[in-house]
Write a protein that binds this ligand. Sequence first.
Ligand code: ADP
Ligand code: MG
Length: 347
Amino acid sequence: MWKRNSKNIKLLLYIIFLLISIGLIILLLISEPTPDYTERSFDTLGTYVTVKISGDKVASNTLLDIIESELKRVNDKFSANLESSVVYEINKNKIARLDDESMFLIKSALNISEITGKAFDLTIRPLVELWGFHDQYALASVPDTEKIKEYLNYIDYRFVKIDENNNSIEIINENTKIDLGGIAKGYAIDRAINRINEIDKGATGFINAGGDIGIIGPKYGKLPWAIGIRDPKSSNAYDITDIVYLYNGSIVTSGNYERYIIEDNVRYHHILDPKTGFPANNAISTTVIADNTLIADAFSTAIFVLGFDNPALEYFTNFGIQAMVISEDEEKNETSGFDYFRRKGRK
Ligand code: ADP
Ligand code: MG
């Protein structure tokens, strides 16, 4: 009796084991292989860049090389600090010939300056230099108020004239200089993603350049990337205040914690209001979601300047963006379509 029972139990265990094995094999057969992600970090565009990618046809490391060199190429071409850059030449000579790419980027910056009524202004450079925010090693300090007033006269995108027929640019005020720092990072990310799409359409991953994120493709080809929005009040960069989910497109956050000085207990940061000459102080963080990173980048700067209770916020959705602004007391104001991106399960 006892013997027969133990035989039955053994048989039952064998059957269960067999069924589980068959189940696992079926699961393995129907599930696609999940790609491995390769990560790389480096410094360029005045910030810390992290790229996560999985190639489809091309090796991930080859794709990372392409992204790194494309971001660095755009940095070298448009950094106002580098004597070899296009922007340096324009600022020095006030007149220059433009190749197609420079024309495109400067035209985009001019358009955004106009659309945002000078909240974004590509001629902010003299003030950025006066404050000392132009390079990470410059010692920034609060400038003399009279000097700020004087410099305000140099800040106006209408001093920049482009001639598309002759591929040329002219700055008609001798003290005016341009600065593409509020837009070039986004443009560089778009360019890098384009290059990856050209050679490996099935590649997935993202590029994160100090809070400017461009998605190369959904996680494992099908899932959204969960993107944490940094808590602007926390000194810990890993504390988040919100999460959004993106399959593709771009998301850019500008905060008053990126680059700043503290004098007499007041924080002075690097996003300047072209109307006052002082750091914009009616928001502490803005996040913009758009189809491309250039638009998200420029609008995040502009919306930061316009501040928390800016009546034009919803109007900007006409330009294909959704935005969220955080005030000093951590209230959130957002466009009508922003919440959509908080829903993970959407398609
Ligand atoms: P970050 O990602 O570092 O927060 P942003 O994209 O918000 O940077 O842009 C900040 C940079 O843009 C500054 O370092 C400066 O070069 C430039 N900038 C600052 N204020 C303005 C402005 N009102 N309009 C256009 N560019 C600006
Ligand atoms: Mg920006």
